[in-house]
Design a protein around this ligand. Sequence first.
Ligand code: AGP
Length: 606
Amino acid sequence: MCGIVAAMAKREVADILLEGLRRLEYRGYDSAGIAMIDHDGGLQLHKYSGKVAILEQALALEPMQGGIGIAHTRWATHGQPNALNAHPHVAGNRLALVHNGIIENHQALRQQLEADDTAFLSETDTEVIVHLLAKAVNGGATLLAAVQQVIPQLNGAYALAVIDTENPEQVVVARQGSPLVLGVGIGETFAGSDTLALRSVTDTFVYLEEGDVAVLEVAGYQLFAANGEPVERPKTRLEAEHESQVLGDYDHYMLKEIHEQPARLADTLALDPLDCTVFGPRAAAIFGQVSAVQILACGTSYHAGLVARHWIEQYVGIPCQVEVASEYRYRQSVTLPGTLIVTISQSGETADTLAALKIADNDHIVGRLAICNVDHSAIVRASDLVFLTRAGAEIGVASTKAFTTQLVALQLLAANLGRNGALSTLNNERFCATLRGMPDAVAQVLALEPTIKAMAAHFTLKHHALFLGRGIYHPIAMEGALKLKEISYIHAEAYPAGELKHGPLALVDDDMPVVAVAPNDELLEKLRSNLEEVRARGGELFVFADEAAGFTAGEGVHVLPMPHCSDMAGPVIYTVALQLLSYYVALAKGTDVDKPRNLAKSVTVE
Ligand code: AGP
């Protein structure tokens, strides 16, 4: 999703802006641009469709100079991903603006501006903002006053940064609904969509609150709350940059992140699993009142929630609902008394999850828990309790280590929710031993990589695939299908295997690979019968099967023998194997594994 970088410094900032954009590439984008004010006070602008590397090449031929600038990676929402629609957007030779978010009333604003003879250069919703600001500054307002006058006219979400050639000492930024953080240096101040963008220039950050407006200056910054009053926000100093952003010997971040899982799971498991303060100081008080759980999340994080429902209902014995946040937020739902709202989000900025969290606000809720990989993110800040997964920054758009660490977090949640009695079936010793063994079990699956790679070769010419699982492994099949479609662009659907004969069996023929998740559990024989139905219709089976499940490879049947594991470890173990399958299919197809088309890492708009 769109990324913003802004800089105000005594030194040259073009390279800082470019580096910030490179660091934001993981979010997903389709065009990039930079605007700066040069040492003579002139506005310079470069923007192109395509990768940041194209912008970089243009700057090598025609360098930009100056100590003030804004930069942007755009993920198209309104208008095609071409150079005209790329940000920054300008008003004459005076103002340049970058924006992340969606201005919902842009059409009405555009009509008003066009009636006043404003000429638009792009199809974007964003361009209305720069023209509204131009009207205000041309009427005599300072840049800060102009921003404060214009933002109440905007409906929707925005993080924005604007520069004015008549005021080359200040960058003004604002946020409402989209993320923005200030980076504080010595003799320089920055802003970015996330801290990663600015880690090469500072370790000190100020997280802006909803409605905040900030003025970046060389000597520091001024900050104003939504009511226009000056306000102070805490400064946060982050530890040294994590190795997560270094690709090392791997060809792709996704593969690196798959391989990091034993270590990242071990980091997450270094916490005492039965110490509920890992969820925050108020956890014991809140967990003691919980008699139902409502999980809200999107995409892969939603799948983690579906897995957790099994653990919570089976081991804690309380009802657990799971819903995609984009549906929940617009639905009249009924909240059970004593409900703990649990949001799951890798980024902590997903607009739908954040909105669902905010509307889930009624007398029946006893608390809000965020399971998140990014500290200080919007979802974390809007929650009463927080469990921070220790996945490290995840750069590949396809979520891997974030998902498996979410699963571990949810196991800890089940264990801690059940401590006040209902958890008698979840033997603590067995539970702790399973958790401790998880990194090794994942390492065993990683050792199967060559076999999985060979299996992947069968998928490269296919257009469709079915994923089957039962019970707690149905959401794992869903996650496997999502991974495959995200990065290989093969249409993949997941079904609970028992549903096959109620419709999808009609799709099965010798051109439809069917992937089955087959642990040695109480549903194994049921699953085996479902797979016979597939074979009888010529479907080619790829069975990820417990080594003791008794599956043998043969014509049309490929078997990956998986280590034996319990229903606590199994969802993690089988997921890792499915991640590798998707990776190698995508690799063979030659797609952009880390930045699949049309997708964004941090989905900050609806
Ligand atoms: C995962 O592979 C996807 N890229 C996507 O489904 C993602 O999980 C979803 O957008 C939710 O993101 P979040 O975890 O950051 O909230």
